[in-house]
Write a protein that binds this ligand. Structure first.
Ligand SMILES: NC(=O)c1ccc[n+]([C@@H]2O[C@H](COP(=O)([O-])OP(=O)(O)OC[C@H]3O[C@@H](n4cnc5c(N)ncnc54)[C@H](OP(=O)(O)O)[C@@H]3O)[C@@H](O)[C@H]2O)c1
Length: 220
């Protein structure tokens, strides 16, 4: 059996952080949940313990300590908070996998704040030059985690990054969460993935599409 990996989820009290944490509780992971307010992540940890009594989960109020202990760090925070988070974890994230889930939306959610030639993930990589930044979970809505099989089809979850081993590790994390992992390319593909989710968000906001929606490549 593989050794248990430790995953720090920064922003585990948020919509995505809590959804990811709950979905990974069924895997062979030690989960360290952290956010600014300890009581909020404690509530998520308690919920996980009651639904998955065998899960290894702890709530921490310090993202540096959680990241120091972690093999994989998930930055489940708004794009605007990534600079602050990166500054805190920079020293302890060296050579570790850091998952960027952010969609860098503007205030009205009808565009991205990043320049056309970059992405939230690439900006995070610049802030954490010695970490292995991987884009994942940005094309899945928080609501999808409870129902990753939509209309009988397992939603795809796209992954991008520059390190083959890290992509494999994150593919396993994505599978554990219940999605079908698709490696879409190197980290520069992140801009495409972030724009894909902007499209889905726009469909919902403008045309009342459906928040329980995801991507699926159909094939034989
Ligand atoms: N919601 C979705 O369906 C969805 C889908 C794909 C990707 N995303 C991406 O996921 C990320 C989180 O979205 P969300 O909807 O989960 O947002 P959210 O519900 O507002 O949660 C944000 C989380 O980040 C924490 N946080 C905020 N600023 C922080 C800081 N400076 N340092 C540490 N923690 C901080 C918050 O903690 P406090 O409450 O204690 O401040 C909270 O736990 C965003 O980048 C978003 O683009 C969201």
């Amino acid at each position: 059996m593989k050794t248990m990996q430790t995953i720090a989820i920064i922003g585990a009290s948020g919509n995505m952080g809590a959804a990811i944490s709950k979905s990974l509780a069924k895997g062979n992971y030690r989960l360290l949940l952290c956010a600014n307010e300890l009581n909020k992540v404690q509530a998520v940890a308690e919920e996980i313990k009651s639904s998955h009594p065998a899960a290894t989960v702890e709530a921490l109020d310090c993202s540096v300590e959680a990241s120091w202990e972690a093999d994989i760090i998930i930055a489940a925070v708004p794009f605007a908070a990534e600079r602050e988070v990166a500054a805190k974890i920079k020293e302890v994230a060296n050579q570790k996998i850091v998952i960027s889930i952010a969609n860098p939306l503007n205030d009205t959610y009808n565009g991205l704040v990043t320049a056309p030639d970059t992405s939230a993930a690439e900006e995070l990589q610049k802030l954490l030059p010695n970490a292995k930044v991987i884009k994942a979970f940005n094309t899945t809505f928080a609501a999808d985690f409870a129902t990753p099989v939509i209309d009988g089809k397992q939603a795809d979850a796209f992954i991008a990054g520059n390190d083959a081993e890290a992509l494999q590790t994150v593919s396993e994390v994505v599978s554990t969460a219940g999605f079908s992992p698709i490696v879409a390319g190197d980290l520069a593909v992140s801009g495409t993935l972030e724009r894909m989710q902007l499209l889905l968000i726009q469909l919902n906001m403008k045309y009342d599409y459906n928040w329980l929606a995801g991507w699926k490549i159909l094939h034989q």
